[in-house]
Design a protein. Structure first.
Lengths: 367, 186
């Protein structure tokens, strides 16, 4: 066996043990093992010459080494290893993976630089982009994302309590155990922390903790960022809850200009939401048949509450004055509500027989 | 069609011969598998039917020695995670049985882990230059909205240009597995 194979195999053994430690909740051990693993993997990568014929082996090895350094919280080293990988001749696929990893490492490094310490009940949201200054952010860009995050938090609690999806009205008091509290904004990017407080009287009766809720949200956002519909579908039971999660994550997602990245962090991990909102389709849960026989349609206009027919059928007035009716599926109600009386672009399937549009997506109208 | 030969698949063998699983981690994967099979009412010796990418079937008899205790069930109470881990273990065991590849690299990407495969007899240092990818998905119990074929389709949709990819979906209810080979050219 070559020296290279010994180094690589050792790295993989340690990486696997790190993964098992992480699964068992042994975070410190997992980090230490990941650090050991990256050292072996980067040594193995260094043995491969920088030439086209070395690819994709060389860049895959650096990507692996960087990922392990990142898991071990060695962010500077992770960035160096990513740069080494990019310096060669990576395939488009590996190049993209290295770039995504670069974003994630940068975000984590930012938290570390500003000495932000989170507790297990904390969920931090961080915004970066052209409308973010030193501890400042455009109000509209911030408020819609924090509202979306709050909606995800509330719905996740209700879902974990196995409550049927509540479409309208205020949730009953018993489902409002967690009282999010906001911290002051942090400089650098705009970052605030939501602390999920649980009143003492509920602490012994809850079957899940704030940490469980945060874990679940981060896992869901991670699936959204990867476009892993199947993973998200497995995580979230119930069509309405699933759809609500996707639609709210879409509101939180960056637009690519004003907000370029949105980060969510807990004590356990950080998830960068880098997919722009246009690339996150609000589609039904896999396995649910779509309205296949209907015609796809996209229109611009204003959501008109006054023209609505009950909670399922909302009025929608296009720029030429025509009134349409939007059928809003369970789960999309929070998303639609956030756009009342605003100029929006809606997509869906048009049913000419009943003259209604089954809404699949909604976004602010472009000027 | 070769659907009569039943090959033993001992979960203990996770600890030897698969480069990405060191001996010390084998027990963890074995336990995840046992908990998932047990949750679906199966015992050691259960037959796992594998639908091969060349349209043939293979049948494996899955064997384990450990007892399933309440402590073990509690330790792996998160069945979503357990199913993912168990599916990875089963996939890593069956891939060398039905292909010329074995897993040499795990690639952590967020919540999911994919693997790089290389030829079992690869001796060159450029191990990934003729490699393939392995994408794994697990289902504890198939139902109308969560099927093996549905999972395969979702995976295929998300594949990017690049390497030859094997997709393995493992279902623990029946139990069965499907292996799809996807050739891609950049």
């Amino acid at each position: 066996m070559s020296n290279f194979r010994e180094l690589h195999d050792k790295a993989m053994s340690l990486a696997q043990l790190a993964l098992v430690a992480r699964e068992k909740g042994e975070r410190d051990k997992a980090e230490a093992l990941a650090v050991e693993a990256y050292k072996y993997e980067s040594k193995a990568a260094d043995l491969i010459p920088i030439e086209e014929s070395s690819e994709p082996t060389r860049s895959i090895l650096y990507s692996s080494a960087a990922s392990l350094a990142y898991q071990g919280k060695k962010f500077d080293i992770a960035l160096q290893l990513i740069a080494k990988g990019l310096c060669g001749y990576p395939s488009p696929q590996v190049k993209e993976e290295l770039k995504v990893l670069w974003e994630q490492v940068n975000f984590e490094e930012h938290l570390q630089e500003h000495d932000i310490t989170l507790t297990p009940e904390d969920l931090q949201i961080s915004l970066k982009g052209n409308v973010v200054g030193s501890g400042m952010v455009f109000y509209d860009e911030f408020i819609k994302r924090i509202q979306a995050l709050y909606s995800i938090l509330s719905r996740t609690v209700q879902r974990k309590m196995q409550r049927d999806y509540q479409r309208s009205g205020r949730p009953a008091g018993m489902y409002k155990y967690f009282t999010p509290a906001l911290s002051v904004p942090r400089i650098g990017s705009f970052a605030i922390t939501l602390r999920l407080g649980l009143p003492k009287e509920y602490q012994t009766t809850m079957l899940f903790s704030a940490e469980d809720i945060i874990d679940e949200i981060l896992a869901g956002v991670e699936y959204i960022n990867k476009g892993d519909i199947e993973g998200l579908s497995q995580l979230i039971d119930g069509e309405a809850y699933y759809l609500n999660f996707v639609s709210q994550a879409r509101i939180m997602a960056p637009d690519g200009e004003n907000i370029k990245s949105v980060g969510l962090s807990s004590t356990k991990k950080s998830v960068g939401l880098t997919r722009i909102h246009k690339d996150i389709p609000v589609v039904a849960k896999p396995g649910i048949p779509e309205e296949a026989r209907l015609k796809p349609i996209k229109l611009k206009g204003v959501l008109d509450y006054a023209k609505s027919r009950g909670k399922d059928m909302l009025g929608f007035t296009t720029d030429d004055g025509r009134i349409w009716y939007l059928h809003v599926r369970e789960g999309m109600d929070d998303l639609v509500r956030s756009y009342f009386d605003e100029a929006v672009s809606v997509s869906g399937s048009y049913d000419p027989r009943h003259r209604k549009i089954y809404l699949t997506d909604i976004e602010p109208a472009e000027d | 069609m070769n659907d009569t030969l039943v090959k033993p698949l001992h979960l203990k063998s996770l600890g030897g011969g698969i480069p990405v699983i060191p001996k010390e981690a084998a027990g963890f994967y074995e336990q995840n598998c046992i908990v998932c099979f047990d949750n679906q009412g199966h015992k050691s010796g259960v037959r796992l039917k594998v639908k091969h990418f060349d349209d043939s079937d293979a049948v494996f008899q899955v064997l384990w020695d450990s007892e399933v205790t309440d402590d073990l069930r509690r330790a792996y109470a998160d069945l979503v995670r357990a199913t993912d881990n168990a599916a990875c273990a089963i996939a890593l065991l069956i891939v060398p049985e039905i292909t010329d590849f074995t897993a040499v690299e795990q690639a952590c990407r967020g919540t999911t882990i994919d693997y790089y495969l290389c030829h079992k007899d690869e001796i060159n240092d450029l191990i990934f230059n003729h490699s393939a990818r392995l994408e794994v998905s697990g289902i504890l119990h198939e139902n109308k909205s969560n099927t093996v074929d549905g999972r395969i389709n979702e995976k295929v949709k998300r594949l990017k240009q690049g390497l030859l990819t094997f997709i393995v979906v493992v279902e623990f209810g029946y139990p069965r597995s499907k292996v799809v080979k996807h050739e891609q050219f950049s």
